[in-house]
Design a protein. Structure first.
Length: 173
């Protein structure tokens, strides 16, 4: 079965898109790092009877940061969830208009989210929140700051997407 909605990934990548792709590809290595660290922990525990305290926290933090920043990559590629039952029946011009309207609404939501993420990140940094393990790692600080950065990157990416959609809309005139 073919996809009834044309793929809307920008063919002409601007500086925002290129930056997002580079950052996301670098962060994708955190998944590989998490696998290696987890294997190390299992071997240390099972073979050498020397379990670690820090592996769970490092893996959780690395994966959380990758997911939080990765949202903007999904937006850049237009790989986010889209309900196409109605959308696919519209003309390309109407789809572009709906994309712009949806992006504007998303920016309103993301802006409110960014404010709350800022408040949480500021509190985490000022109070230097640490995790509850014996290691006392700053996982809350890292994750909350990454949440703020991720949402700001999503806002920037949405603005880039709007610019691209408006350019495509005007090209159809």
């Amino acid at each position: 079965m073919t996809d009834p909605v044309p793929h809307t990934e920008p063919t002409d990548m601007n500086v925002v898109d290129r930056t997002m792709e580079t950052v996301s590809k670098v962060l994708s290595y955190s998944f590989a790092l998490s696998i290696v660290v987890t294997i190390y922990d299992v071997v240390a525990d099972v073979v050498f009877k020397s379990p670690t305290v820090w592996v769970y926290d490092v893996v959780t933090t690395a994966i959380a940061v990758a997911f939080l920043i990765g949202g903007s990559y999904a937006l850049m590629r237009r790989d986010h969830i889209r309900i196409t039952a109605v959308y696919a029946h519209f003309s390309r011009r109407t789809q572009l208009r709906l994309d712009v309207a949806g992006s504007l609404l998303a920016i309103v939501y993301f802006s409110a989210f960014a404010w709350f993420a800022f408040v949480m990140a500021r509190t985490a940094v000022v109070d230097w929140e640490v995790g509850g393990s014996a290691w006392g790692q700053p996982t809350p600080v890292v994750v909350k700051v990454a949440m703020l950065l991720g949402i700001l990157l999503m806002i920037v990416q949405m603005i880039s997407n709007i610019r691209h959609d408006l350019k495509s809309l005007h090209a159809q005139d």
